[in-house]
Design a protein around this ligand. Structure first.
Ligand code: NAP
Ligand code: MG
Length: 484
């Protein structure tokens, strides 16, 4: 397939003003997970390319981008948002082919990317310091300043949304960015960088170096001239990133995985809850950091809810991304093997229902039929470990305390929801559930570009999205002036 995102050669990196081959001219194959065929080759950048990208970012920070006013930065971001919308069909198709994401879901990511640009365009000139009352004869104020060069290492599951929330916020504050997309899915990162160029981002304000995590990713996280790191991905790699950040004493935002629960009380509106309960497990074939892989249901209505969810599961189909069924393939055969490994290890659980793989889905695709399990043991491996595939467990609970104990009974804490008509219970649960986002009688709140997002425990630390992200991507300077 001749893939040229917005006309550019996908085997290149954007370093400074120009698209260039990585210095070693090495390439990696990109596979279409819907049928297993090669899509194109991408660049295999390494430490030398990262070095060049960081130098280009530093030059931009000390040059044109560093001098741009907040209003000017906002205008560039607004233009990028506009260009994203103008190219939305191409971007959605690239993401569908690359990630295996059903086209409608890929299009939702494009729209979210545009929204991030709009949000951070509007926010760029609204971040400011404060004056602080102090001793007689002093005027004290604070300045909000960019860190300088920020490194962004992102995964393959939601490239556009994660670029939007991390690169968008970093640029709004005035940082110059180096982006290392995932080797399994990087086409929309390349397209985004090209749109940035066309929108008027100065050379070096955004650099993109695709490549292996252990090479390009490790080099970026260890680079001494990077002032802030933003990482979204697995817990294991997150530990490596935090260790690297420690060597250079730079701040790091970690957005890691989750085992996010939805807690359904017996007074809940089941009809309203059902689509959220299922969709939160199968969206992007379960490869979502904030997927809801645990459904906790009060005992008295457990059988009823399990039956209702099972009926929905039986109607689910997985097929090629461009066929736009409920599920596409997983991102790769490697991911499929990981998920099948979990399914094999969990075979002692009662399979309540499963969906199917479409009869005409290509044999070379990385398809996994979605599975729903009844699980009486909250400590079961499938109720504790992040599968990152279309697998949900339904767990019974007795009362509110029991529900909270189960919900908080993993090492993760990304998001959680509570379904109940009891307003006082909603308020209690919002406080007691351990997570960075709580949803009451909904799940996901439509993506929430405006809503601060991030985890506790193994889910990571720091917040992206919303205005809050601007604090993370900036640093505070205090100025104390003595004038007598
Ligand atoms: P991953 O293996 O941790 O990869 C994430 C990124 O890190 C990729 O760009 C990867 O490069 C890079 N990387 C790998 N090894 C590295 C190293 N030694 N040093 C520096 N960078 C390195 O994660 P994944 O398997 O792609 O994604 C799945 C995980 O991400 C899940 O656990 C999921 O929960 C988490 N996730 C979390 C969020 C969130 O917002 N909390 C969002 C999405 C995903 P390669 O592509 O070359 O491996
Ligand atoms: Mg990976």
């Amino acid at each position: 397939m001749d893939i040229r995102p917005l006309g550019i050669d996908p085997s290149q990196c954007l370093i400074g003003a120009n698209w260039t081959a990585p210095h070693g001219a090495r390439k990696l194959p990109l596979i279409n997970p819907s049928d297993g065929t090669p899509l194109c080759d991408i660049a295999a950048g390494d430490a030398q390319d990262i070095d060049a990208a960081v130098a280009a970012a530093r030059a931009a920070f000390e040059g044109a981008w560093g001098r741009a006013t907040a209003v000017e930065r906002g205008r560039v971001l607004a233009r990028i948002g506009q260009l994203v919308l103008e190219h939305k069909e191409e971007l959605a198709r690239l993401e569908a082919l690359d990630v295996g994401k059903p086209y409608t879901q890929a299009m939702a990511d494009v729209v979210a990317l545009a929204r991030y640009m709009e949000f951070y365009a509007g926010a760029a000139d609204k971040l400011h310091g404060e004056t602080i009352p102090y001793l007689d004869g002093y005027t004290v104020y604070t300045l909000r300043e960019p860190h300088g060069v920020t490194g962004h290492i992102i995964p393959w599951n939601y490239p556009m949304q994660i670029i939007g929330r991390s690169v968008g916020a970093a640029l709004a504050v005035g940082n110059a960015c180096v982006l290392k997309p995932a080797e399994e899915a990087c086409l929309t990162a390349l397209a985004f960088a090209e749109l940035g160029r066309r929108a008027g981002l100065p050379a070096g304000a955004l650099n993109v170096v695709p490549g292996l995590g252990a090479e390009a990713g490790a080099a970026l996280s260890a680079h001494e001239d990077v002032d802030h790191l933003s990482f979204t991905g697995s817990v294991g790699v997150g530990k490596l990133i935090q260790t690297s950040a420690a060597q250079n004493i730079v701040p790091v935002t970690l957005e890691l995985g989750g085992k996010s629960p939805q807690v359904v009380f017996d007074d809940a509106d089941f009809d309203a809850a059902l689509p959220f309960l299922v969709n939160a497990g199968i969206q992007n074939a379960g490869q979502t950091c904030s997927a809801s892989s645990r459904i906790l249901v009060q005992e008295s209505r457990f059988d009823e809810l399990l039956a209702a969810m099972s009926a929905r599961y039986k109607a689910l189909n997985a097929g090629p991304a461009l066929d736009d069924l409920e599920l596409g393939p997983l991102v790769s055969q490697r991911q499929k093997q990981i998920v099948e490994g979990f399914i094999a290890k969990g075979s002692d659980l009662e399979l309540a229902a499963s969906g199917q793989i479409a009869a005409d889905a290509p044999a070379g695709g990385a398809y996994v039929a979605p599975r729903l399990y009844a699980c009486a043991d909250p400590d079961h491996m499938l109720a504790q470990d992040e599968v990152f595939g279309p697998v949900q467990v339904v767990i019974p609970f007795r009362d509110e305390d029991h529900a909270v104990a189960i919900a908080n009974g993993t090492r993760y804490g990304l998001v959680a929801s509570c379904w109940t008509r009891d307003g006082a219970r909603q308020m209690r649960l919002a406080r007691k559930l351990r997570a960075g986002q709580i949803f009451l009688n909904n799940y996901g709140a439509g993506g929430g570009v405006e809503l601060p997002f991030g985890g506790t425990g193994l889910s990571g630390h720091g917040r992206e999205k919303g205005f809050e992200a601007l604090y993370g991507f900036s640093t505070l300077k205090t100025v104390a002036a003595y004038h007598g």
